[in-house]
Design a protein around this ligand. Structure first.
Ligand code: NDP
Ligand code: DGY
Length: 329
């Protein structure tokens, strides 16, 4: 009788997800799964149609879950489980108002994202894409003393904006490269910063004194557009800017201005606005800008574990039990 009740729970899944999570949902045997069976995002009209009457919604960071979607889902909706740690795509106030629980994927992607951030930083500061291109196009004529010279980490000052789970993991990985000072900023000092000898400083100090500025904060109304013309104008001309948080933290027009005028040395971005970045976007015409397609957490194992956690959060939300990772609203 109980299982018949559970059979009636409708779950809408907005994309094909790694099989680890899908198997858990199927095995649980408590829900009717309706999946947008594609690797491409569900069109908005399909999402609004598909979510109607759902008890559970499993979504991705590319799905904007706002009042319109929540209204389309209706009063059955008990849980939203997102396959991401970032939750800026969810209208939290509206969700809270309706008493809906939210699951997300902190911690399990921290190592993969920190690793990618370090890879992007080294790729950008040591000008690797330019070097690879020169080898291929015949630009490599001989060993030249000043050709493709760049800025290294040894003896440098690194500034981390947002020393959260990922920010700290980035700092831990960067320190052994011989970083001299590790500055960080955020809403309050973090005791765990001691581990990396982190100095809590105002944003202005961080921007002015860092050779590498690494953005790893969450996207909030306070951080939206934080990295703008004024921000870049305070950075050293030799400094390198890295963003693996969310594209909207950066004013991209201002970043283009800073990179093309030589105000800063280089930038590496794993996140942009919009995503995908149009192939004719001005940033892509610059040699000193490295853009990746939002692959911070993209290792097979991490995505598998994220998928499992997302499924387990959803199932817990459906059955009214404790979620492995519930977002406190
Ligand atoms: P955490 O919540 O642990 O860290 C977020 C950090 O942002 C906190 O340290 C917080 O500081 C800081 N922050 C919030 N507001 C501000 C502000 N106004 N100024 C400066 N710092 C601020 O989250 P995670 O580390 O797990 O993830 C961080 C973000 O990384 C995610 O929200 C997501 O957007 C992005 N991400 C990107 C990935 C990719 O593929 N590129 C992969 C995974 C995540 P405080 O504690 O002081 O409030
Ligand atoms: C997240 O989880 O927020 C990332 O952007 C993708 O893993």
């Amino acid at each position: 009788c109980v299982s018949q009740y559970w059979q009636m729970l409708k779950v809408y899944v907005t994309r094909r997800i790694p099989q680890e999570g899908m198997k858990l949902l199927q095995k649980a045997g408590i829900c009717n799964l309706s999946v947008w069976d594609s690797d491409e995002p569900v069109p908005r009209a399909e999402l609004l149609k598909g979510v109607a009457g759902a008890h559970g919604l499993l979504c991705l960071l590319s799905d904007k879950i706002d009042a319109e979607v929540l209204d389309a889902a209706g009063p059955n909706l008990k849980v939203i489980s997102t396959l991401s740690v970032g939750f800026d795509h969810l209208a939290i106030d509206e969700i809270k108002k309706r008493g809906i629980r939210v699951g997300y994927t902190p911690d399990v992607l921290t190592d993969a994202t920190a690793e990618l951030t370090v890879a992007l930083l080294l790729t950008t500061c040591r000008r690797l894409p330019e070097g690879v291109e020169e080898v291929k196009n015949g630009g490599w004529s001989t060993w030249k003393p000043l050709w493709l010279c760049s800025y290294g980490l040894s003896g440098s000052t690194v500034g981390v904006i947002g020393l959260g789970r990922i920010g700290l993991a980035i700092a831990r990985r960067l320190k052994p490269f011989g970083v001299k000072r590790l500055l960080y900023t955020g809403r309050q000092p973090k005791p765990q910063a001691q581990e990396v000898d982190g100095e809590y400083v105002p944003l202005d100090t961080l921007v002015r004194e860092s050779d590498f500025v690494v953005v790893s904060c969450s996207l909030t109304p306070d951080t939206q557009g934080l990295c703008d013309k004024t921000f870049f104008s305070k950075m050293k001309k030799t400094s390198v800017f890295i963003n693996t948080s969310r594209g909207a933290v950066v004013n991209q027009e201002d970043l283009f201005g800073a990179l093309s005028s030589g105000q800063i040395a280089a930038a590496g971005l794993d996140v942009t606005t919009p995503e995908p970045l149009p192939t004719d976007h001005p940033l892509l015409s610059l040699k000193n800008c490295v853009v990746l397609p939002h692959i911070g957490s993209a290792t097979y194992s991490t995505r598998g574990v994220m998928s499992e956690l997302t499924a387990n959060n959803l199932l817990a939300g459906l059955t009214g039990s404790e979620m492995p990772s519930e977002l406190k609203l």
